[in-house]
Structure formats: C-alpha cells, structure tokens
Design a protein around this ligand. Structure first.
Ligand code: ATP
Length: 250
C-alpha cells in the first residue's frame, strides 16, 4: 500500500477583510499526497491555490483543519520545530527565485545546509552533486544577477534540493520562464521525482507544466472539484486532457 507523505484534512481558511466581512477562501478541503507522487494544483485566479500551498507548506495557519506531513501534525509544532522541519524535510521553489544577490550561486545553494550547521566538506559535496544534476557547475562562483532567468531558476531548484528533502513545494516554478526553460525545469523536476523519489506539490496555471504531474487537482472556490490522473498514459496524452479540462473550466 502506498504511504501518504502529506495529509490535509477538512481545511478551512477565512480571511478577515478591512470592511469586517469574512471571506472564506478554502472550504472543508481534504487531500493526500503519496510518497513519490507529483501533484499539480490548478484552478482559476482567486480559487485559493496559493493559500492552500502556503498552508500545506507551513507558511500559513488554516482557520481550522489539520495537516500531517511524514506523520507529524505540523499545526501542533512550535516555531523552532517548524523551522527545523522546513530545513530538513521541505524544499521550496518560487516563481521569483528568491535568491540572495550578495551571495554567490554556491553560497545561495549552500544556505539550507549552512543553517543546519552541516560541515563545510559535506556542504561542498552536496552542492557539487546537485549542481551536476541541474547543469550549473560552471557558474557556481558567479552572482545571481550575472545569470539569465532560466539559470537563476535552476539555482533556486538546486537550493530546494540540496538538503535531500522528502517533499518539494513549487509555486508557479515555471511562471517566469520562456517555453524552452520551462520545459527544462519540468524535466528536472520530473527527474528528481522519478530518480530520487522526492514528492512534489506544485501550483501552476500552465497546462504544459501540469502535464508532468501524475495527478492534477482542480480547485474552484476553495474546493477540489475535479481530480485527473495520468496513469500509464504519455505526458503528451495527459497534456491534451489538461487542455480540454481547462476548456471546460473557462
Ligand atoms: N492575506 C490575505 N488577506 C485577505 N485576502 C486574501 C489574502 N490572501 C489572499 N486573499 C484572497 O483570497 C482569495 C484566494 O487567493 P489565492 O492567492 O489563494 O488564490 P490563487 O488561486 O492562488 O490566485 P492566483 O492564481 O491569482 O494567484 C483571493 O480572493 C484573494 O484576494
């Protein structure tokens, strides 16, 4: 039986607006992600995708409900436990890379390990391994501003991977990339997922990126209204289904 890496149960999220009217963004939402699964979350603008991802990845608290990752209830952890958990178990890839401009590529990628006080020798080894995987060895000594968008996105992905997380969260990881770099990024994520068994949860607007996932959840008004699975079909066949599902939605 497959084991869930993430389990969200009956999540609700209500934002208080300035006018005092409560705005319910997630409504009794439950979902699981199995170990080694690659799940994409799609849905119209404002449907609650980023809110959901932020709650699943410990960056935001729900109004009610529970989230369990690797059998630990993340909502019952204190700040120190959450910080440790994020540093060891999770990787984050954002649309805007979030790289630190005053640090070299090597130092940016090392950051999660530096924060965990890993020895310099082990950091060097881990950075080398992930740099080879993402083909960025040749610019480890450069600064982020000297790189193209696609290269910066790969550095962001390397930083998300360097500490061997069990789960990667992506918020529009290809959002700022042209189609060639987007394809490359998705190929890397696919490779990491298949070869290293790392589970991925990714929010995307883009049908092409979503077609790399094994399962896609469609969100409407804070609820999962449709789920589709790739099963044994090719990515290309799944892409066609995603396009037609999006056509139904719009
Ligand atoms: N901090 C906040 N305070 C109040 N309302 C918020 C806050 N964050 C998001 N919202 C509202 O919650 C709803 C869902 O936002 P969310 O960003 O989760 O949607 P989304 O599906 O990710 O949208 P998009 O695709 O446009 O990024 C929107 O109506 C948004 O205005």
């Amino acid at each position: 039986m497959t084991e869930p890496v993430l389990n969200a149960n009956q999540l609700n999220k209500t934002y208080a607006s300035t006018s005092g009217v409560a705005h319910e963004v997630l409504h009794n939402l439950s979902m699981t992600v199995d170990k080694g699964e690659f799940v994409a979350i799609m849905g119209p603008s404002g449907s609650g995708k980023s809110t959901l991802l932020n709650i699943l990845s410990t960056l935001m608290q729900p109004s009610s409900g529970s989230v369990t990752i690797n059998n630990k209830n993340i909502l019952q952890m204190n700040d120190a436990e959450i910080a440790k958990f994020r540093g060891q178990d999770m990787g984050f890839i954002f649309q805007d890379y979030n790289l630190i401009e005053s640090l070299t590529v090597q130092e940016n990628i090392s950051l999660p390990l530096t924060l965990q006080k890993v020895s310099p020798k082990d950091i060097k080894k881990a950075v080398q391994k992930v740099a080879e995987l993402l083909h960025i060895e040749s610019y480890l000594k450069q600064y982020p501003t000297e790189l193209s968008g696609g290269q910066q996105q790969r550095v962001g992905a390397a930083r998300a991977l360097v500490h061997n997380p069990t789960l990667i969260f992506g918020d529009e990881p290809t959002g700022a990339l042209d189609s060639e770099n987007a394809r490359e990024m998705m190929n890397y994520l696919n490779q990491i997922n298949e070869n290293e068994g790392i589970s991925i949860v990714m929010v995307t607007h883009d049908a092409f990126s979503a077609s790399f996932a094994s399962r896609i959840l469609f969100l409407t008004d804070g609820q999962i209204t449709k789920t589709i699975s790739r099963d044994s079909r090719s990515r290309e066949a799944f892409y066609q289904q995603v396009l037609s599902e999006l056509g139904n939605f719009n």
